[in-house]
Design a protein around this ligand. Structure first.
Ligand code: DLL
Length: 431
């Protein structure tokens, strides 16, 4: 099933022709409408007619989150507020949030992009969809909301939190699809199990995203809730959700390439990497008016496959996000991604899908403690079984990461649960 089949099945040549035409127009749009870009492009000597091929994008300077912050709140907007009909912002743990604005046309394209991805995931007008992302400045809830309404699904905007009520509504409405972070979906599943109503839940599809989730973690969540889950990627600066998402084949997230031009770069040198390489994702928004982005550095690490997919879609597919360049833990000089740890942990049946990574510095050396929750507390009574589990996890982590970690097994339900994006890293080195 397709939402906009003509666009979603274009040949690579057609996709590139559209991208080039839009890129040229975008460069002129930015030059004429955003003083910040006017200066940047002037300095780089770039105008739309100097872009002769997609490769010429390399002459355009990158844009970063700092550029948006430095122009807080509306400095990078491409239209006066009179034309901006919605504002969102990403919270940001320190300082001011990054603020983004949408014109009416942006909202139309956003819901089309979302409608495509929801359809690709298998959602239809028969679905009753509960949206458990928080409504508000965060883009997740409203982004999916409009896309799902566009395909005719029945949207239930529960927002996040109030988990028991979510579960009650899920039973009463016979909700068929759930939207949220995978970690909140897992919490909903565990709570339904504890309430003794997991069998009364009729979920078939999970439209998840907004945080990393390894294949192993996805399998756990699917098992808990008895559904089929797809991964969806996006960020506020680029639109929100709707940049890319998985189809039923689940072999990468299809990028809406007629609206987003993706590159992968070496995050240290800024050099553009050959197609298929792993590196930092850089996105140019080809059609956005409210806050257009030229070569925005996402800090997310992935790789892109340009082969057409078995589902019939031709849009390139980006691999699951391996981590963020600023999320990568450097432990005694070794780079460690939390996703590598998650993959190891989720292979053990005796542990629950909840963990925390605590990093400290002792005697000038970094120490990584991996706190893992037991699936149930009965193991606590058997010291030898506990010790053997701990030592197996320690061994597997060492094999994958190449460093020693301290593994602590903690009681079931003792680690914090999350209703939005999970925060699993506690870095005490900075304190
Ligand atoms: O999280 C947008 C979104 C909402 C995407 C709902 C999907 C579903 P921000 O709050 O601005 O926007 O956070 C963006 O979240 O740079 C990634 O690091 C991370 N992220 C988003 N989706 C995924 C994903 C939304 N599928 C930041 N896998 C991004 C891994 C993700 N990380």
């Amino acid at each position: 099933m397709f939402f906009q089949k003509d666009a979603e099945t274009m040949s690579r040549q057609q996709i590139e022709e559209i991208q080039l035409k839009r890129l040229k127009a975008l460069v002129d749009y930015c030059y004429n409408n955003v003083p910040f870009y006017h200066d940047r492009l002037d300095k780089a000597g770039i105008t739309g007619d100097k872009i002769k091929s997609l490769d010429d994008i390399k002459y355009i300077p990158y844009t970063t989150k700092d550029d948006i912050r430095d122009n807080y709140p509306f400095g990078l907007f491409g239209q006066p507020l009179k034309k901006i009909v919605r504002i969102h912002a990403s919270s940001g743990t320190t300082g001011k949030p990054t603020v983004v604005g949408y014109t009416r046309n942006d909202l139309e394209i956003w819901s089309d992009c979302m409608a495509r991805l929801c359809t690709a995931a298998g959602a239809t007008d028969e679905d009753i969809v509960q949206i458990s992302f928080g409504y508000g400045l965060f883009t997740g809830a409203l982004g999916l909301h409009y896309g799902l309404e566009k395909i005719g699904a029945t949207v239930v905007p529960t927002s996040s939190g109030n988990t028991e009520k979510q579960i009650m509504l899920m039973q009463d409405f016979q909700t068929t699809a759930l939207v949220g972070t995978p970690s909140y979906a897992q919490l909903i599943g565990e709570t339904a199990r504890e309430m003794g109503v997991i069998d009364k839940i009729n979920l078939k599809l999970g439209l998840f995203g907004s945080e990393g989730c390894t294949e192993e973690m996805r399998t756990q969540v699917e098992k808990t809730l008895g559904l089929f889950a797809t991964d969806n990627y996006g960020m506020s600066e680029l639109m929100g959700p709707g940049v890319s998402g998985e189809c039923r084949e689940r072999c990468g997230m299809h990028i809406n390439e007629d609206h987003f031009l993706a590159e992968v770069i070496n995050s240290e040198t800024g050099e553009v990497l050959p197609k298929g390489s792993q590196g930092e994702l850089v996105i140019t928004t080809l059609t956005k008016e409210g806050i257009p982005m030229l070569r925005y550095r996402t800090k997310d690490i992935t790789k892109i496959d340009y082969e057409p997919c078995k589902c019939g879609r031709t849009f390139a597919r980006m691999a699951k996000i391996m981590g963020r360049t600023d999320d990568m833990l450097k432990i005694r000089g070794v780079n460690v991604f939390p996703s590598q740890i998650e993959s190891v942990l989720m292979k053990f049946d005796q542990i629950a899908p909840h963990y925390q990574l605590v990093i400290t510095r002792e005697n000038f050396a970094d120490r990584l403690e991996v706190k893992v929750e037991l699936a149930d507390s009965s193991l606590l009574e058997r010291y030898s079984a506990l010790e053997s589990l701990r030592s197996s996890i320690h061994h597997d982590l060492k094999t994958v990461l190449g460093i020693d970690t301290k593994v602590s097994l903690v009681e079931h339900k003792s680690l914090e649960r999350f209703q939005g994006k999970a925060k699993r890293i506690v870095d005490l080195r900075k304190k």
